[in-house]
Design a protein around this ligand. Structure first.
Ligand code: BGC
Length: 756
């Protein structure tokens, strides 16, 4: 096919883009402008959803596609979401282009969370790699596949800090820490967008949900959030700022009330913080139905009021399933409730994105090319590497792993052979047949005899998930399953085998949006199964398939090897086999503190010293108040020792930078990966600061006996913090302790002073 080399959106200067936008806007009516600010879901479901789901979402799914097509034909739509078939994209795009006088195409958005066809490990797993380069490569693959089918924009990354694992969406983010969260956010924005907005094979990144969504009361998704200014500025906002600094073209609002004001109607968030303080110049989209729901919240009087308040708060585009509030904007402009300049500012942002992405020049996609891109084997290779690098070796007593001469292997547990669960939540366009389960991966690699027994039936949610309306989302409860006989079969298999690989966790519909939990226990009969298998005396390797910490107290004392594999994606089973048999060494680290029990949550490593720090381990009278595994924990097949950290100077002034050096040596007999982590603690100042705060990290691979010296700068960005007393950023005159090591309990320390 000849390459079209004429200038188009991505190659235009900013002035040329503005000129095209101005020309369009000069011709547009207020109604046409309001249409550009409306985004619709377009659903074609595999089967009609249950009445319960329709009622909860207030949607008549049978009517939905027809209603959207009518709106497209009348120029009332600026963007669509949830269309992933390139032929459908082209068909709907044609309706849009022909449906408005100016031929303006729609922007297609989608939840490209961890892959489109090639499924990467879930985001919390990618964060556990502590490897920004693998994260960037992964999202570049996701972007390439999405762009090929006609998607221009990902509703990702989710950069919400999550400190309460009852909240199911912890799986979509980077965990509890703002420093790690910022690094992961930047890597994802770069992966999605490339060098600049409009880069070939890339899409717009949309960090979400602005802001504070992860702090839902009781971990209950959508419930209110109350956060102090200090928590917002020091913990919850930094990953957004990092994503904006990295050039993210979009930001999504959040559903919940933040300190008593619904986030989607919060002008302070979108105008004062996002635009004026962070300098964001992209467009803001509401979360689904969130403008409409300003009325439901008891905030807006009606839909007219909801639209007026959202658009003046700075929300440019309304994401709607039905009945968009922004359809009322023309009447508000007419009545003077909303100034036309407010509307224009939003329309300008949407059109700028469209021009920049090249939509006006090339609105349609090449369906043959899409097929070829989706089948690219290089994408599977990236997914396999990502799954290898995100696994976290939690325990490895007696160096049970790697299995160098395993003999016969028993693979046990229903999750071990579930393709859908291997992929994790938030995927829709995966190819099931090419998904490698843990069982398939081990069978392919082990060589020797590999037996399989599920042992128990899959566990079920008490309340179904809205995602269950997508075909195979909920696990099937087999009708002819003989519980007693199946348990016996699993135990006998373990008894006859040289090693038992037991897979436990949560089924993927138990984690994600609207998947909060009141407990962290292994659902169903999994603990009993594990105990029965361990009772045979056959050594057990436990694989955990999860997106949040689970109650592994029993396993942490009784099972020699525990590998957290998360939901590892399309190539998950192959990667797990690579790790188990020692073809590669694990090296991921926990991006959250792993509590012992749900009663301890929220639990973070970066708490303040407090009154009576000596009894901090004994805050509860019935359970230790330490975690089961600390933030940053993870083992490898190497063993690492840290030399004493040194400084290039022992004293700085505020604004200056000190460099910390440390040498890491692999003193074990095998090669391995380590993530060196640097934490600071401020001894005194104008506020009390956390016992530890992550301020640097580096993942490295070291051969047996190999050393590497690392350098970490500590400058104003690392040393400043937002102070609740002065209500501003400060760098105190103080002494800073620096700790470097393999997790957040790192002991090696050195100190420097900050003078005035
Ligand atoms: C979620 C968003 C998502 C959107 C579109 C909402 O329910 O909160 O994260 O991007 O749906 O699917």
């Amino acid at each position: 096919m000849p390459v079209d080399s004429r200038p188009w959106g991505p190659t235009l200067s900013d002035a040329e883009v503005a000129e095209r936008v101005d020309a369009l806007m000069a011709e547009m009516t207020v109604a046409e402008k309001a249409g550009q600010l409306t985004q619709y879901f377009y659903f074609r479901l595999p089967a009609p959803p249950s009445e319960e789901i329709e009622e909860t979402l207030h949607v008549d799914f049978a009517q939905q596609p027809e209603m959207v097509e009518a709106a497209l034909g009348e120029g009332r739509v600026g963007s669509l979401l949830f269309v992933t078939d390139p032929a459908e994209v082209n068909r709907l795009q044609r309706l849009a282009v022909e449906g408005n006088r100016h031929g303006i195409p729609v922007l297609f958005g989608f939840d490209v969370i961890h892959g489109l066809r090639t499924i990467l490990p879930v985001p919390i797993a990618m964060a556990a790699s502590w490897d920004p380069s693998v994260i960037e490569r992964g999202q570049a693959v996701a972007a390439r596949e999405a762009r090929a089918v006609g998607i221009h924009w990902a509703f990702a990354p989710m950069v919400d800090i999550a400190r309460d694992p009852r909240w199911g969406r912890i799986v979509e983010g980077a965990g509890e820490d703002p420093y790690l969260g910022s690094a992961v956010a930047v890597a994802q924005v770069r992966g999605f967008q490339g060098e600049r907005l409009g880069s070939p094979d890339r899409i717009i990144a949309g960090p979400k949900h602005f802001a504070g969504y992860g702090a839902a009361l009781g971990g209950r998704d959508y419930d209110e959030v109350n956060l102090s200014d200090a928590e917002l500025w020091n913990v919850y906002l930094p990953p957004f700022q990092a994503a904006v600094d990295a050039g993210a073209g979009n930001v999504m609002t959040a559903y919940m009330d933040l300190n008593g004001v619904p986030a989607t109607g919060n002008r302070w968030l979108f105008t004062d913080v996002l635009r004026d303080t962070f300098g964001f110049d992209g467009f803001v989209v509401s979360d689904a139905q969130a403008v409409h729901n300003l009325r439901t919240h008891g905030f807006a009087a009606d839909l007219t009021d909801a639209a007026a308040r959202a658009v003046t708060a700075g929300v440019d585009l309304e994401m709607a399933i039905t009945d968009p509030a922004y359809a009322h904007l023309p009447e508000s402009v007419e009545s003077g409730l909303v100034g036309e300049e407010v509307l224009d500012a939003s329309v300008r942002r949407i059109l700028t994105a469209k021009v920049r992405m090249g939509l006006l020049d090339r609105p349609y996609v090449d369906e043959d090319r899409a097929r070829a891109v989706l089948a690219d084997p290089a994408h599977r290779a990236v997914a396999r590497t990502a799954a290898q690098r995100s696994a976290v070796l939690l325990r490895n007593e007696g160096d049970l792993l790697p299995l160098t001469s395993p003999g016969s292997v028993a693979v046990i547990g229903p999750l071990a052979d579930s393709r859908r669960d291997t992929l994790g939540p938030w995927v829709f366009d995966y190819d099931s047949t090419e998904t490698v389960t843990v069982l398939a991966g081990i069978r392919e690699r082990a060589g020797g005899e590999v037996g399989y027994a599920p042992g128990i039936r899959p566990a079920q949610r008490v309340f179904p998930s809205m995602f269950d309306m997508w075909g195979d989302n909920a696990p099937v409860d087999p009708a002819d399953f003989d519980d007693a006989a199946e348990l016996d079969r699993a135990v006998s298999l373990a008894r006859e085998s040289d090693v038992a690989v037991v897979v436990v966790g949560e089924w993927q519909n138990m984690i994600g949006e609207a998947a909060s939990r009141s407990s962290l226990e292994l659902p169903g009969g999994q603990l009993a199964l594990l105990q029965a298998v361990a009772g045979t005396g056959t050594p057990v390797v436990l694989l955990v398939m999860n997106g949040r910490p689970l109650d592994l107290r029993w396993a942490a004392e009784n099972v020699p090897a525990i590998l957290d594999i998360w939901y590892p994606g399309s190539q998950g089973g192959a990667a797990v086999a690579d790790l188990l048999f020692g073809d590669v060494a694990p090296g991921g680290k926990l991006p959250f503190t792993w509590p012992r029990t749900v009663g301890q949550v929220p639990m973070i490593y970066s708490h303040t010293i407090s009154h009576e720090p000596d009894n901090q381990r004994r805050r509860y009278w019935d359970e230790q108040s330490t975690p089961l595994f600390p933030f940053g924990h993870g083992l490898s097949y190497g063993r690492f020792e840290y030399g004493d950290p040194t400084l290039d100077r022992s004293s700085i002034r505020a604004g200056e930078t000190v460099t910390v050096s440390v040498t890491v040596t692999n003193v074990g007999p095998r090669a391995g990966d380590e993530v060196a982590q640097l934490f600071i603690h401020q001894r005194y100042g104008t506020a009390s600061r956390p016992v530890r705060e992550l301020k640097g990290f580096r993942r490295l691979t070291l051969a047996a006996g190999e050393s590497q010296t690392l350098r970490f700068p500590l400058g104003p960005d690392e040393l400043r913090y937002w102070n609740a007393a002065t209500k501003d950023w400060v760098i105190d005159t103080t002494t800073i302790d620096v700790f470097v090591g393999g997790d957040s309990t790192a002991g090696q320390s050195v100190s420097f002073t900050i003078g005035s």
